[in-house]
Ligand binder design. Structure first.
Ligand code: NAD
Ligand code: DAU
Length: 355
């Protein structure tokens, strides 16, 4: 079996669902169920003995030691993290705790476990760390896309904490020989995306008749990847990735934020037209920019294509249509997510932003 951390979050839950749909290999899913963890994402696995959910913290050495000893997973895929840049600006402490201290504790448990394995199990063992393109900093309009050899220049507390965790993972390979792999991926979108992030927030606010808050001039560029393509990339890296290597994962799809919002509005105009015949675009509102907002991210995904034969299956056109349709078809998931906690966050993040 494999151990997945953060498997109740957006990407982790998509990964667990995909994994169990494709491989008959069990998953222990360790997740602290923070505001971002949602067991409803995994509802379709109810009664499936191949999915063992454990509520707990990656930084809890006693718990992780016990899980490793009991289940003897052949691999670990580490998704668990605080992942939202805006939250890291309002309160960086939890990012340091989970992304740095938590990853360190997890690595210590894994090192202790791995060093006692028999030769064959030791050689076959894998620790795959899921990271982000944000560690490379911000690009200008004409800069080449991020490759694996770009210098780390993180600009937000979130990306700095992810960069620190990447360095720890690298050091555990270099110093102790731990068989690690790291992936640095661009912006994901798709089902089960928590509606504090751009695309789901725009869908949810559009349907609720609320403003669509675009930060600054809306010309910041992100490189979007459909979440299931990210999952297939991780599976490929786990299967045949070279130990100690990092792989950039991206969708070859750079878009300005405003363009994303336009595409979402246009799809909703087509799939769920407003009663008054107006376009959802009329809800767009420009608000104060994110402090330290990175201007552009872009991933050069040629290494994973060349060395591991991975390519994304979805284009942005097909992926975003599926995503908007998923939110329309899963209104009860959305309604359950929009709890008191969620509303408090929205108030905190947008109250100080003048239009
Ligand atoms: P998410 O915020 O949706 O989910 C994170 C999950 O981790 C949640 O289920 C949460 O409960 C869990 N968690 C948080 N702290 C924990 C702890 N201390 N112990 C155990 N579980 C804990 O995040 P996501 O968007 O699914 O991102 C998953 C990973 O992928 C993160 O490491 C993130 O940095 C990385 N990543 C995300 C994106 C993206 O676009 N979302 C892109 C590239 C990389
Ligand atoms: O690049 C990978 C990263 O992508 C991941 O590492 C992070 O975990 C993930 O959250 C995401 O970070 P971003 O900051 O790029 O995602 P977010 O959806 O928060 O914002 C996308 C862009 O949209 C960004 O330029 C800010 C802008 N934005 C966001 C929100 C929430 C708005 O203009 N308005 C908004 O209300």
């Amino acid at each position: 079996m494999i151990l997945v951390t953060g498997g109740a979050g957006f990407i982790g839950s998509n990964f667990v669902l995909d994994w169990l749909a494709q491989a008959n290999e069990s998953v222990i899913n360790l997740d602290a169920l923070t505001y971002a963890g949602n067991l409803e994402n995994l509802d379709s696995l109810k009664g499936d003995a191949r999915h063992i959910f454990v509520k707990g913290d990656i930084g809890d050495r006693t718990l992780v030691d016990e899980l490793l000893a009991k289940y003897q997973p052949r691999a670990i895929v580490n998704f668990a993290a605080e992942s939202h840049v805006d939250r890291s600006i309002h309160g960086p402490g939890e990012f340091i705790q989970t992304n740095i201290v938590g990853t360190f504790n997890l690595l210590e448990s894994v090192r202790a476990h791995w060093s006692k394995l028999a030769d064959k199990e030791k050689t076959d063992f894998r620790f795959l760390h899921v990271s982000t393109d944000e560690v490379y900093g911000s690009l200008s309009k004409d800069d080449p896309a991020f490759s694996e050899t770009n210098r780390y220049e993180p600009n937000s507390p979130y990306s700095a904490s992810k960069a620190a965790s990447d360095h720890l993972v690298r050091a555990y390979h270099h110093t102790y020989g731990l068989p690690v792999l790291t992936t640095n991926c661009s912006n994901n979108y798709g089902p089960y995306h928590f509606p504090e992030k751009l695309i789901p927030l725009m869908i949810v606010n559009s349907l609720a008749g609320k403003p669509l808050p675009v930060y600054g001039d809306g010309q910041q560029i992100r490189d979007w990847l459909y979440v299931k393509d990210h999952c297939s990339a991780i599976r490929r890296v786990l299967e045949i990735g070279k130990l100690g290597e990092t792989y950039n994962v991206g969708g070859w799809n750079e878009q300005a934020n405003l363009n994303i919002v336009h595409i979402v509005c246009d799809l909703l105009d087509e799939l769920r037209p407003k009663d008054d015949g107006n376009s959802y675009r009329e809800q767009i509102t420009y608000v104060t920019d994110r402090p330290g907002h990175d201007r552009r991210y872009a991933i050069d995904a040629r290494k994973i294509e060349r060395e591991l034969g991975w390519n994304p299956a979805e284009t942005f056109e097909t992926g975003i249509r599926k995503t908007v349709q998923w939110y329309l078809d899963n209104q009860s998931w959305v309604n359950n997510v929009l709890s008191g906690n969620y509303r408090q966050w929205i108030e905190k993040n947008y109250a100080g932003r003048s239009e």
